[in-house]
Design a protein around this ligand. Structure first.
Ligand SMILES: Nc1ncnc2c1ncn2[C@@H]1O[C@H](COP(=O)(O)OP(=O)(O)OP(=O)(O)O)[C@@H](O)[C@H]1O
Ligand SMILES: [Mg+2]
Length: 231
């Protein structure tokens, strides 16, 4: 849903010509049609990518975004939507539909001001209320002047208990190789992301059936879970 600049394919070194734009003109997205548009990655993740030609992002209207999100929700336990940092009618629809909206910021003045503007814009456009947004502090460091409680105060959102530490060295090699999924299990960034997944209710305890979900009122770059999903 970061329709012009989506870069998940680069992070996971995937070359695939189908994208969410191929679903834009389809009114009834059958499981088969969805399956054909999705790239099944070696990790088991199913990827519905942004179009390689950014201008094709315009083909995805708010109506088609709603249909795509509903189709994904019907087929997958957990759906995570990267909405980028620019609001358009398609990702606005996705943010509105999400069980959880996770707004990612970094602990510096410019990024926190931008996060505040995003929250206010979502409120003005009735996309999402501040109290329905969870803000994640990424690249956290305990010595930074800006700490999570201040981010909470400035944005008026709930702050995730988990912050993701800044650790460029851990990430550099795997990111440059497009093999983010091979990040070492001992990586502090990876461990924090697992903790965050648990905090957001995305992890299913081993051996337990996925619990039935009610549409949660919590919320971020955006995650969705489907009815019966485990997020
Ligand atoms: N916790 C971290 N520690 C160190 N570097 C990080 C961390 N998280 C992300 N980065 C680096 O920051 C850069 C930007 O990250 P990313 O692409 O996730 O940003 P983004 O928020 O998606 O940006 P955009 O809004 O343009 O989509 C990348 O080089 C990434 O490796
Ligand atoms: Mg991005």
């Amino acid at each position: 849903m970061d329709l012009q600049s989506g870069d998940i394919a680069s992070y996971l070194d995937v070359q695939f010509r189908r994208s969410v734009a191929d679903l834009a003109s389809i009114t009834d997205i059958s499981p088969r049609v969805l399956q054909d548009a999705v790239y099944v990655h070696e990790t088991g993740l199913s990827l519905l990518l942004a179009p390689a030609e950014g201008e094709r992002g315009e083909e995805v209207t708010d109506r088609s975004a709603r249909q795509v999100v509903s189709a994904l929700r019907g087929r997958h336990e957990v759906v995570v939507l990267d909405c980028g940092s620019r609001l358009d009618s398609a990702n606005a629809a996705a943010i509105e539909m999400a069980d959880t909206a996770l707004l990612v910021t970094t602990p510096d003045v410019i990024a926190v001001r931008a996060a505040k503007r995003t929250v206010r814009m979502w409120e003005r456009l009735q996309v999402r209320k501040a109290e329905d947004i969870v803000t994640l502090v990424n690249r956290h460091h305990r010595t930074s002047e800006i700490q999570p409680p201040l981010v909470q105060k400035i944005t008026g959102t709930r702050i995730a208990d988990t912050a993701v530490p800044a650790h460029f060295k851990e990430l550099a090699a795997v990111v440059d190789a497009g093999r983010l999924h091979e990040l070492d299990a001992k990586s502090t960034v990876k461990q924090a992301l697992w903790t965050l997944a648990g905090e957001l209710g995305l992890l299913q305890p081993p051996g337990q059936p996925a619990k039935e979900l009610t549409r949660a009122s919590d919320r971020g770059s955006l995650g969705l879970r489907r009815r019966g999903g485990a997020r």
